[in-house]
Every structure is written in structure tokens, then in C-alpha cells.
Design a binder for this molecule. Structure first.
Ligand code: DON
Length: 304
């Protein structure tokens, strides 16, 4: 495995065609695009990494997998009254479907859906309490107490978050917000601003590779059925309007973030995190996707 990862970083890491870093969040616009990292956490507990795997990066929308998991724990199937389970086929920050679909986001991973999930998990708590709960959950699944929020990124998102504020207010106009919109947005921006290394992220995804149980610590996070369902949502909606392309090229459940990270799950085998800040035209890590494509070719881990 180490040789495979070294080879992937050596060949893909020299590419001149690295995509573009997200520039609508000022703190992300200044990240050096010349970075690439990959970590593979195997079901047997071994972790292999290559490239800039100890570098912290903003996990952004990957955090939506964790907030969805928390929401399912709190609300069970009640989650599906708040968001749907269908791919949107539209950009991650699109507002158009909300108008025709009663303010109900298509899925929990587009921005509108994740904002609705943030509202759902607050259940009357303050943003601080909710964020502490999210952070505690992420530290628990990654088995790493050092994971934190990057407050500079959260501030940066807050200042430039007009589109997300529009989505939240639009949903509120349909009576779909239980908490003050500003509180919900504050919670959402901060959970998107969790910073992790590839190694930490790969470990955090292990429960999804292990039928809901972290195979290394032996702790059950969700039922096997719930893990399968979360994986299916990642497969169908995890890369927004690039989800079909990702399924075609990589063939694994995956969730991307505009920080350039991707968490991919090879059920029964491994949890994989890749990071390279340059994005393709729909907002998914360009070299990260290429690295996963190569890894799956070498390991045969595609679910298809
Ligand atoms: O709200 C936003 O736009 C960002 N905090 C998250 C978007 C994101 O990561 C989309 N992913 N590819």
C-alpha cells in the first residue's frame, strides 16, 4: 500500500493542471495549490499516507457527512421531513429547486440541505453547544482529541456568506427553520471550518467502511443499515452535479469539500482521505479525484 500511495503522489503531484482554489471564501483563496496528500486507513487498523498528509486543511462540506450522522442519531427518519435523498444536478449553492419544492432541499449535502440539517440538530440549543457536540463527535469517530475549528475560516465565510444567508432565509420563508437564521448560519459556517489532516479524516471515516463500527477501536457509531444508507447518499449526492462523474471514475461513496478534500469509503476495506486544494469546474478537488481514480484502479476497490 505504501508503494502504491508513493507512486500516486509522485505521478499526480507533478501535474500542471491542478484546478483552481476556491476564491469565494477569502481564507481559502490564499492556500498554496501545490499540495497533495493521501491517507488510507485500512479496516485492520493500519494507516498509510503519502504527500502533505500532516497538513491541516479546511474540511468544508465533508463535515456534512458528520452532521447528517448526528441528525440521524437525534431524529431518525424524521431527518427526511427536512431534506430529501435525491441528487440535485445543480451547483452546491443553488437556490432554484427550493422555490419549486416547498423550500425542502433535495439532499443533506447541498448547502441548503446542510443548513437545514444544522437547524435540525440545534433543537433549541445555542450554536456554541451544538458546535461542541459536533466537534466532540468528530473527535470521537477519528479517535483524536486534537481536532479543532479554524475560526479564521469561519469568520471569512461569515463575512462573504450572502448566498448561504439567502438559502437560509428562503427556507425560513417556508416555515422551515426552527432556530434564528443567524444562529443556524453561525453553526453551519463553523462546522464547515473544522480543520483536519488527511490522516485524521481517513480515520474519521472508518465507521462507514466497517458497517457502522470503527474496526480499530471496536466502537459502534451507527447501525450497519444506517452506515449503508449514509454511503448511498455519498455516492449519489456527495459531489453535487459531479456525482455521476465521480461514481463513473472512482466508483466509491465520497464526499468533497471546497477546501480540496475528499473522503471516500471502500466498504469492508478502507476509509480514504485525499487533499489537493485546486478544484474542477463543479467545485471538487481535481488532483484528489485523480488520486482516488488511480488508487481504485490499483486496489480494485470500486463497489461496482
Ligand atoms: O457554504 C459553503 O459554500 C462552504 N462552507 C461549503 C461548500 C463546499 O464545500 C462545497 N463542496 N464542494
Amino acid at each position: 500500500m505504501q508503494a502504491i500511495l508513493d507512486e500516486i503522489v509522485a505521478t499526480i503531484g507533478v501535474s500542471n493542471d491542478r484546478g483552481k482554489v476556491a476564491d469565494y471564501i477569502p481564507q481559502l483563496a490564499c492556500i498554496d495549490p501545490n499540495q497533495l496528500a493521501i491517507s488510507v486507513a485500512l479496516a485492520d487498523g493500519r494507516v498509510f499516507s503519502a504527500g502533505d498528509h500532516q497538513q491541516l486543511f479546511s474540511i468544508q462540506s465533508i463535515s456534512k457527512v458528520f452532521t447528517l450522522t448526528i441528525a440521524l442519531g437525534k431524529l431518525g427518519d424524521g431527518v427526511w421531513a427536512r431534506v430529501g435523498r435525491e441528487p440535485s444536478g445543480d451547483p452546491f449553492n443553488s437556490i432554484v429547486q427550493l422555490e419549486h419544492e416547498n423550500g425542502k432541499p433535495r439532499n443533506p449535502f447541498i448547502n441548503a440541505g446542510a443548513i437545514a440539517i444544522a437547524d435540525a440538530i440545534m433543537v433549541g440549543h445555542q450554536p456554541k453547544e451544538t458546535l461542541a457536540e459536533i466537534l466532540q463527535f468528530v473527535r470521537f469517530i477519528a479517535d483524536d482529541e486534537s481536532i479543532c475549528i479554524d475560526h479564521n475560516v469561519a469568520e471569512s465565510e461569515l463575512k462573504t456568506g450572502d448566498r448561504n444567508a439567502s438559502l437560509a432565509h428562503f427556507m425560513a420563508s417556508f416555515g422551515r427553520m426552527n432556530n434564528p437564521v443567524d444562529y443556524v448560519l453561525g453553526t453551519y459556517f463553523h462546522h464547515c471550518s473544522i480543520a483536519m489532516t488527511c490522516q485524521q479524516l481517513a480515520k474519521a471515516g472508518l465507521f462507514l467502511a466497517g458497517d457502522g463500527e470503527n474496526p480499530v477501536t471496536g466502537t459502534r457509531v451507527v447501525s450497519a443499515r444506517r452506515a449503508r444508507r449514509i454511503n448511498s447518499l455519498m455516492m449519489m449526492c456527495g459531489h453535487y452535479d459531479g456525482s455521476g462523474e465521480f461514481a463513473y471514475r472512482v466508483g466509491l461513496p465520497g464526499k468533497s469539500g471546497v477546501g480540496g478534500g475528499i473522503l471516500a469509503v471502500a466498504p469492508g476495506h478502507a476509509s480514504i482521505a485525499v487533499w489537493s486544494p485546486g478544484l474542477d469546474e463543479v467545485g471538487n478537488s481535481k488532483l484528489g479525484t485523480e488520486a482516488l481514480e488511480k488508487l481504485v484502479q490499483q486496489t480494485g476497490w470500486s463497489v461496482f
